[in-house]
Design a protein around this ligand. Structure first.
Ligand code: GRG
Length: 300
């Protein structure tokens, strides 16, 4: 099997595992008769690549984990990601009408509903995280560390902080270091957390955890650079979301600094460096390396 085929098999497994659990979560709201039920089902039912859940599974297994309860932890990470997409598409943020090949949540329902559903998904993710910890019998110190990693990656030092700076920077000139710092928070922090929480759940030692975190940082950046390249080169149909959005929002991207070919080369360099980080920390790299290479070669 080629490396990309191996990554695609892992993503398919992550999709099956995560989608079943996301469906279960949505059903709880629908059965409860809550008015948010339909919108939650819509938001959670959109089909993404499931890169972050695949990273949770691969980091867990690379650290010796074997419990199928890890699927719930992967789902918690995907729910945080889903919340960020619902809010990212709102008119007050990137104002986009398409995502994952479908109209965005606020287009199908309305802005207040999508705003509320996005917020609601954060405590839902924490509940699912607790469910994962129970299912896997994780000790309190590990639970606390996992919750801290995931929430810190979502907050002001992570996704919200990065998005905030990104919005403020629209239409402004940035230096490459500033752009890198924004991306590390907006996109990289959650990807890093996915790797770290998989390792923590398996009881990885501090050296291997540091290796997983360093790997996650590098592929997080590689992921965003590849995203910038795709935004500039792919079609809306290929992406399932509006192509060319960065240019229309006058955003600085890696393509503005390096051009398309330069940005592709930088993404590949970051993916190679990420894999070297795993080798340095003696983390079993096969599956994680295949995901790193998929991330920079993907077409959507
Ligand atoms: C309150 C300022 C403030 C922010 C709220 C909306 C938000 C938090 C943060 C935005 C985070 C974000 C959407 C970053 C972009 C990351 C990115 C490249 C997402 C696309 O990920 P894929 O390609 O998507 O994995 P799929 O659809 O495959 O899951």
């Amino acid at each position: 099997m080629t490396e990309i085929a191996a990554a695609e098999a892992l993503l398919a497994e992550a999709r099956a595992t995560t989608d079943a659990r996301l469906g279960e979560v949505a059903l709880r709201f629908q059965r409860g008769g809550h008015p948010a039920g339909e919108a939650i089902r819509y938001a959670l039912g959109t089909v993404g690549k499931r890169v972050r859940p695949a990273l949770v599974l691969a980091s867990y297994r690379a650290s010796g984990g074997t419990d199928p309860g890890i699927g719930w932890l992967a789902t918690a990470v995907e729910i945080i990601h889903t919340y960020s997409l619902v809010h990212d598409d709102l008119p007050c943020m990137d104002d986009d009408a398409r995502r994952r090949g479908r109209p965005t949540t606020h287009v199908v329902f309305d802005v207040p509903t999508a705003t509320r559903v996005g917020f609601l998904l954060v405590p839902v993710a924490v509940e699912v995280l607790c469910q994962a910890a129970d299912a896997m019998g994780l000790d309190l110190v590990t639970r606390q560390a996992i919750a801290r990693d995931l929430l810190a990656a979502s907050g002001i030092r992570g996704m919200v902080g990065g998005q905030w700076l990104d919005l403020v920077a629209e239409g402004q000139r940035l230096g490459e270091a500033e752009l890198r710092a924004i991306h590390a928070r907006k996109t990289g922090a959650l990807i890093r957390a996915a790797c770290l929480v998989g390792g923590r759940a398996a009881g990885a030692d501090p050296t291997r955890l540091a290796g997983l975190a360093a790997f996650g940082e590098d592929i997080g950046l590689a992921f965003q650079i590849a995203d910038d390249v795709l935004d500039a080169t792919a079609t809306t149909d290929q992406l399932g979301k509006t192509a060319g959005r960065d240019a229309s929002l006058r955003k600085m991207t890696y393509v503005s600094f390096l051009g398309v070919e330069g940005a592709r080369a930088e993404a590949r360099r970051m993916a190679e460096r990420a894999v070297a980080r795993l080798d340095d920390a003696r983390v079993e790299a096969t599956a994680l390396a295949s995901l790193a290479h998929y991330i920079v070669q993907r077409q959507s």
